[in-house]
Ligand binder design. Sequence first.
Ligand code: AHG
Ligand code: MN
Ligand code: MN
Length: 354
Amino acid sequence: MKRKTISGQLVNASPKQKQLISLSQFIIEEQLKIPYASGEFSALLNHLVYAAKIVGREVRKAGLLDGILGSTEDTNVQGETQMKLDQYADNAFNNSLKICGHLCVLASEEHEEVIQIPEGYAIGKYTMAIDPLDGSSNIDTNVSIGTIFSIHQRLDPGSKAPGEHKDLLQKGSKQICAGYIIYGSSTMLVLTTGKGVTGFTLDPSLGEFLLSHPSMKTPEKGDIYSANEGNAGYWSPEVQNYISHIKSIEGGKKPKTGRYIGSLVADVHRNLLKGGIFLYPNDTKSSKYPNGKLRLLYEAAPMALIAEQAGGMAVTVKGERVLDLQPTELHERTTLIIGSKNEVEEFLKFIPKK
Ligand code: AHG
Ligand code: MN
Ligand code: MN
């Protein structure tokens, strides 16, 4: 149906309503496709999403409430100052997840040791590793932050015993689900269960995540590069050579565009949508991050699964596939080079062949 505006132009009388599928509906429909699915995994995701909505709500009100912005007196296991929102998000996710009945053990960036399921609560067949609040340095300045999660099935899915370290220390390639929540200009949840990547946007009026980005694919090439170049002097000659190459204007070449937020979730999300490469190499000339800064279990591995499932790649500075790395410690760090296929392959040309 057409109607006229005051200026006489014809416009569609009613804007076409997108067909809106909620995350809950999506999860149920996906579950129905798997014969004999028990619904446990769907229930686990629902608990995660519930906590994400609580954290998202506090992030939106951060400047208005006491106790959300600013740092605490505490440092976490990695010697980093904990922000109030780090602790708030950690509590929100842990409190919802550890009693949900579907996890056997949990690991969080904010806890040195694994978090066990409290007595009296059911022990499930999944493990989760979580970065409750990613991008802490951006909290107080209203810049996008996020949450990252990684889910594995425990080594013996039939066991009802408490989960152990070894249940968490599995390769990224064995993740059955990985994803992130970005608290940005809107709140989005992006996840994969190994069959592509799907994005949902929170409709604050409904309090529901709605399917907004079905079958996300990252561009095969991209012009953006993202790295904390303040550290360039610490990087290996190979990484420095690659960065000089992509910035070079020799022969009329167009250099890449630098974009760096300092929140892994926000940097990777932008590059996933627009195409490009994110690098967090190791320090070769200082003792601060000799193995890289990002944590394998709850930062690099889940982001690597998302990247690969969207058609991109994720490798270390040595050219190893991140998803093939065997973790040996809960909080171990790794280097991460992640992004569009062409860009990561170009980076690999600068790495000496073994
Ligand atoms: P977190 O806030 O969970 O500790 O993670 C911070 C990480 C990551 O989000 C980001 O990519 C990186 O630190 C930024 O590090 P620099 O400040 O060294 O650039
Ligand atoms: Mn982080
Ligand atoms: Mn964090």
